[in-house]
Design a protein around this ligand. Sequence first.
Ligand code: ZN
Length: 210
Amino acid sequence: MIAQKQSVADCMNRLYTRGLTTTSGGNISLRISGDRILLTPSATDKGAMNAGQIAEIGMDGTHHAPGPKPSGERMMHLEIYKRRPDVQAIVHAHPPMGSVFTVCDVQLNTRLIAESYAILGEPAVAPYALTGTGELAVGVADSLGETGVCVLMKNHGVLTVGRSLIEAFDRMEVLENAARINLHARLLGGMHQLTDEQCAELAAWAGRHG
Ligand SMILES: [Zn+2]
């Protein structure tokens, strides 16, 4: 358990150090059994997290005290774990470039770079709702659907899921890179994207359909 808590803390420190979230924003969770989740705490410095600060909650949201107060966005994590048995880890962050695509009516094009299409496919978009509410939890889980791996949360941030912490983290990092490439390609002009055929080839390579 302590090693799993440490891996969640390490992942959050890496997220912050990598510039993918703010000191106060973002949260990471890991499913450790059918009904237990580890989750980063609320109101804690995201760049200096340790294993002792990681909270443990039940699927019903019960906080297994004594311990740190879990993130206020826990409902969003639980809603996804309930619907998606394949998901073992969730990373939610406020990455600066990815978040640009949550505030502008411009689609994030993952077809510019092979890596982003292979790793992310087409990102989902969730409507805005107040942080910590059931409305946000349902909206994000609905947008993610049965097979989605990343969600752009309108006027808020980004959420990625994975079969492991590193997979969810990698998807966040790849999405942020894709957003940066989108913005720079628009500045430079003359942008061209992968063809439908090349995208289908990548999806098959990545084990996805379409
Ligand atoms: Zn957030």
